[in-house]
Design a binder for this molecule. Structure first.
Ligand code: NDP
Length: 481
């Protein structure tokens, strides 16, 4: 069976303790590779390599650094099909999704930040007759990047690319559940001519190797995407060490649909925003609020279309939904469906595990599920499920919709459907959310700030925000005369 390796100091190496953990294929439920069960010893080796590489990388001209990152993005693009197949196999997502979203976006992430850094400037503040302030922005040093399993290479590269572009050396850990494309990235870094030690990729579990990254005193910043509980633990651990922290956490996103919306556009987009990637995108809308005059029409059309969505193995070109990422996550989602019934919800469609024929009979599949009849403040409507499960709820007034939308501890993203421009502005302004789409979903411009409010996170990624996070500002004042 294939054994993945860590990527440290420019080469692939086994974990120091010689231990490995199983890597499952969600589509079949079978183990198909082994991944290093790395620990603190591997972090020490990576920090050592990164420390040696930092003067080389941070002093390299921006143009040269940019060229290496462009070559890295081109390397992924050249090997597109291999990356697409690997991502789909490791995560369970339909091949078509990996081909259209995940891997092209990883290419863009590297390309975007490789070129952004060549335009990154800092401010100066002139004080009339007194002097001038100018601000320098230098790389932090060694930074840690920890990412989740839902969009594996997409989110891994979204952190690594700005960190590297800004001149830092990186110690990165992908999710143990989806390590494969991060493993392939090491080879792309080698081929792009990235100096040894600049990018180090460690595999293993969060509590073991992730924790060792968070706690290492020479790792000065942590960029983390994952669950709110893990983010809270990381903040508690890294905060007292005065590390810079960027935390992109969970969500329970609302869709607010007004009766005057463009119905067809809203319906097809709402199906995507509910069930793309089996509902395992942090930006998916899981609480759908519909203005009462169109509630029954929406319900009928939504249920009819969703109940025809094909759940199938990832390489089936007709699959609208693929496999859930792991058995444990599938069980969690099914337990929330059971909870929704206990709380008085009615399952309008879905609600069950899907058993496909062999060789996918042990795979982790769940029907797309729509539930109605729940109060906005019940657990099903307050806690993140992160699967193909949505609730629908009618509302009568704008105030009521906003009250329900804003009632959770989260505030990552929201969508508003209306053709009334004034209302669009009003509601967008009032939503407690880091990201709002009006009459759209998941339209992404990499220059915009990305992140959430409340328990959905701290800090913003994207564009200059990311480059500012991965640099330290120093203000220098020089007196005139
Ligand atoms: P987790 O928080 O479980 O894990 C995220 C990463 O952190 C994994 O690599 C994990 O390792 C690691 N980790 C776990 N414990 C620790 C620890 N003690 N110290 C350091 N690292 C640790 O999240 P999931 O992987 O389950 O991802 C799903 C979550 O991510 C959802 O809540 C979703 O909303 C959120 N998310 C947020 C996004 C955003 O932009 N706001 C985008 C995408 C997802 P391991 O491999 O062991 O799991």
């Amino acid at each position: 069976m294939e054994k993945l390796q860590n990527f440290i100091n420019g080469t692939y190496v086994p974990p120091k303790n010689g231990q490995y953990i199983d890597n499952y294929e969600p589509a079949t439920g079978q183990v198909y590779a082994l991944i290093p069960d790395s620990d603190e010893e591997d972090v020490l080796a990576a920090v050592d390599a990164a420390e040696k590489a930092f003067p080389i990388w941070s002093n390299m001209s921006i143009e040269e650094r940019s060229k290496i990152l462009v070559r890295l993005s081109e390397g992924i693009e050249r090997n597109m099909d291999e990356f697409v197949q690997a991502e789909s196999r490791d995560n369970g997502k339909p091949v078509s999704l990996a081909a259209h979203v995940d891997i092209p976006r990883a290419v863009s992430n590297f390309h975007f930040f490789a070129t952004a850094i060549t335009h990154f400037a800092s401010e100066s503040h002139h004080m009339e007759g007194v002097g001038i302030n100018f601000t320098t922005r230098k790389p932090i040093g060694i930074v840690g990047c920890i990412s989740p399993w839902n969009l594996p290479l997409y989110l891994f590269s979204w952190k690594i690319a700005p960190a590297l572009a800004a001149g830092n050396c990186v110690i990165a850990k992908p999710s143990e559940i989806t390590p494969y494309t991060a493993y392939m990235l090491g080879k792309m870094a080698q081929e792009a001519g990235m100096p040894a030690g600049v990018l180090n990729i460690l595999h293993g579990t969060g509590p073991k190797v992730g924790d060792a990254i968070v706690k290492h005193p020479k790792i000065k910043a942590i960029s983390f995407t994952g669950g709110t509980k893990t983010g809270e633990y990381i903040a508690r651990t890294a905060g007292p060490m005065f590390k810079k922290l960027s935390l992109e956490l969970g969500g329970k996103n609302p869709n607010i649909i007004f009766a005057d919306c463009n119905f067809d556009d809203m319906l097809s987009t709402t199906i995507r925003s509910s069930f793309a990637n089996q509902g395992q995108i942090c930006l998916c809308g899981s609480r759908i609020f519909v203005e009462r005059p169109i509630y029954e029409k929406f319900k009928e059309a939504f249920v009819a279309k969703v109940s025809r969505s094909k759940v199938s193995f990832p390489s089936d070109p007709e699959a609208k939904l693929g496999a859930i990422v792991s058995e444990a996550h599938m069980e969690k989602i099914l337990s929330y469906i059971a909870l929704a019934k206990e709380e008085g919800g009615t399952v309008l469609t879905g609600g069950n595990r899907v058993h496909l024929p062999a060789p996918h009979d042990q795979g982790y599949y769940i029907e797309p599920t729509i539930i109605e009849g729940l109060s906005y403040d019940c657990r099903t409507n307050q806690e993140e499920i992160f699967g193909p499960v949505v609730t629908i709820t009618p509302f009568d007034t704008e105030e009521e919709a906003l009250m329900m939308a804003n009632s959770t501890m989260y505030g990552l993203a929201g969508t508003i459907w209306t053709t009334n421009l004034n209302r669009a502005h009003r509601v967008a302004d009032q939503l407690q959310s880091g990201i709002v789409w009006v009459n759209a979903w998941l339209v992404r411009d990499l220059r915009t700030p990305f992140g959430g409010v409340k328990a959905s996170g701290v800090g913003r990624e994207g564009g200059w925000e990311a480059l500012r996070f991965f640099t330290e500002a120093k203000n220098i004042f020089i007196k005139y005369e």
